[in-house]
Design a protein around this ligand. Structure first.
Ligand SMILES: *Cc1c(COP(=O)(O)O)cnc(C)c1O
Length: 431
């Protein structure tokens, strides 16, 4: 395939044979061919440039085509792109595991690599369930998850997503059934009172003998509603899990690596989970890689149990190209005053999105770290809205009632103002 395809040819061939995420195959919405990306700009195949407000779904924290990350990929490529991880190891995996255990809570001292966020959640689930089996409590197989949560699209992960927005009814009895607690409703910065976790406590009290773990996205519920909640909720939740002898899993796949203003959102609360999932921004958006970390209780319990081993092992586990890029991305992040970048972006989002508060169709405007959300009263019509963003020179991809952005950390003030301006204008225009 040496010939260059035109914009129309790409779109037509795409519509014929590709299925896009959460999309119809027969009434496929328009997709925009991208030719290249650099810094915070996507260059479309027709030469138009868009300021990226999505960081490719939370991932591209350093922007695109970054020389440091490019070099890391190239150097690793010349050594080896991949080897199996059964019985073999390599420096990129060992160094990355060391970095991850250094920058997360000290109690998390073991790393299991996988190839995507959903799989990291599956691994967390299997760890929790296999742990209880190994220590002689095989009944403990259920989880509590939160309403409005999102943990991925594979069966195990999907079973923990909000049952309504996750469309659990489509999959009938194949989908495992877990328990759901109400979404935390105490705002970020406020303290919980005795009622804030009462439904969670009731579930734990009623079912703890069957419960392996509680899983939550700490502080920010991402794809399930872009909601921010009180870190104090996590402090109380940790205490409840301890009281009822239930494990606690944090899914930081969206929040990890600085997005909320802390390196990990759990730092807002100072709470250690038993199991932690990371992904998305782990490689700075270059490659697919995820990791599940756990504490010694879990790794020891499983390893000294009946199976004597943790029963999971993806083919592309700890892919060296991805690990080398992740090391470069984390070192790049930590070598800069990244907290100040995130804070500056947060202030720019707050300033830029504030005018939307005055618009009649807007229910709420909220920002946290480098995340900005305009929540509308009605769902947006994507067919109408998507071209409006492109015409205004930005890439913003709303879902449902949410027009939101989480731009790369390198976004300058001018681009940020253009991004937020386009969001406010577009929201005003569709009312
Ligand atoms: C995106 C996401 C996942 C799933 O990750 P994939 O890489 O898309 O499989 C899981 N949990 C959270 C919180 C996410 O944001």
């Amino acid at each position: 395939m040496t010939k260059t395809w035109s914009w129309r040819q790409l779109q037509a061939a795409d519509a014929q044979s590709i299925w896009h995420p959460y999309a119809s195959a027969t009434r496929a919405p328009e997709v925009y061919p991208v030719a290249s990306a650099a810094g915070v700009r996507l260059t479309l195949a027709d030469g138009r440039e868009l300021i990226d407000g999505m960081a490719s779904w939370w991932c591209a924290i350093h922007g695109y085509n970054h020389p440091v990350l490019n070099r890391a990929v190239q150097q690793q490529l010349e050594a080896m792109s991949h080897v199996m991880f059964g019985g073999l190891t390599h420096a990129p995996a060992v160094k990355l595991a060391r970095i991850l255990t250094d920058i997360t809570p000290a109690s998390l001292d073991r790393v299991f690599f996988s190839d995507s966020g959903s799989v990291a959640v599956e691994v967390a689930l299997k760890m929790a369930i296999q742990y209880w089996y190994s220590v002689g409590q095989p009944r403990k197989q259920k989880l509590i998850a939160l309403r409005n949560g999102y943990h991925g699209d594979t069966f195990g992960a999907m079973s923990l997503c909000d049952p309504d927005t996750g469309m659990h009814h489509l999959f009938g009895d194949v989908l495992p059934r877990h328990f759901f607690a109400p979404a935390p409703d105490v705002p970020f910065g406020e303290r919980c009172d005795e009622r804030s976790l009462s439904a969670m406590e009731e579930l734990l009290a009623a079912h703890h003998q069957d419960l392996a773990a509680v899983i939550v996205e700490p502080v920010v519920q991402g794809a399930g509603g872009m909601r921010f909640y009180s870190p104090d909720y996590l402090v109380q939740l940790r205490a409840l899990c301890d009281a009822f002898d239930v494990l606690l899993i944090f899914d930081e796949i969206a929040t990890g690596f600085g997005r909320t203003g802390k390196l990990f959102a759990l730092e807002h609360a100072g709470v250690d989970p038993d199991i932690l999932c990371v992904g998305k921004a782990l490689t700075g958006g270059y490659m697919t890689l995820a990791a599940t970390l756990c504490n010694r209780r879990i790794s020891q319990g499983i390893s000294e149990g009946e199976a004597g081993a943790f029963m999971h092992g993806p083919t592309f586990m700890a892919n060296p190209l991805a690990c080398a890029t992740a090391i470069a991305s984390i070192e790049l992040l930590l070598s800069q005053p990244w907290q100040r970048c995130v804070q500056r972006i947060g202030e720019g989002l707050e300033r830029g999105l504030a005018p939307a508060r005055e618009l009649p169709g807007v229910a709420d405007v909220r920002t946290l770290g480098a995340i900005g959300v305009i929540e509308l009263k009605q769902p947006v019509d994507m067919q109408q809205v998507q071209p409006m963003f492109v015409e205004r020179g930005v890439w913003v991809r709303p879902f449902g009632k949410l027009v939101y952005c989480m731009p790369p950390f390198i976004t300058n003030d001018q681009d940020l103002a253009a991004l937020t301006g386009a969001m406010v204008e577009t929201v005003a225009a569709v009312e």
